[in-house]
Design a protein around this ligand. Sequence first.
Ligand code: DC
Length: 222
Amino acid sequence: MKHYSIAIDGPAGAGKSTIAKKVAKHLNFIYVDTGAMYRALALYFIRNNIASADKEKIESSCNDADVTIDYRDGEQQVLLNDENVTQLIRTEEVGNMASASSVYPVVRLKLVELQRNLAKKADVVMDGREIGTFVLPGADLKIYLTASSMERAKRRFLELKQRGITADINEIEKDIIERDNRDMNREFAPLKQADDAILLDSSDMTIDEVAEYIIKCYEQIR
Ligand code: DC
């Protein structure tokens, strides 16, 4: 039986996860948040005082960190060595470590296998950085979702504010630009728009407009 896949790639803070979740819910697909997997590994490195620059340690400790995915009430849960870390990985520190440690092919290949296996078993909306170019190059629909760095910083600032966290918007933008640079310029499977991906700039679009547009695109190819 054929399983359908929608790949949504793009830089940090472009709204990928919110939109991917909406699209998945509407189409009754499974939402796969690949960033959460890199974040779970990053949490392992932070907890064990392993620096992102320490390639050898990262490589040798990769096998000690078991990352698995579970679904509870339709929501993806990430388990790190059987501990549910879904809530613990949503910090800037973990996000930055995920970006820095995901440059190593050993880290990436471990998680790519998990991601491809999920897509073999179900219809998926998968978001990440290189889903359309590397993880699922044969995806039925590929979207490259972006927005200006200031707009993305503004969104993250408001998200943090809602959670009661005060932050400096200019610092957030600086962080975002740094993360973009690292994700786009790493040697192995960098963040890049696939040749056959639809480019969507969400700077002046609402979440619902973007989600509806993607659903329409999918209905046309199905
Ligand atoms: O999407 P996110 O902010 O949760 O991702 C955190 C970091 O993980 C991101 O900056 C780079 C890395 N990542 C990746 O390299 N490939 C993916 N498919 C997803 C995330």
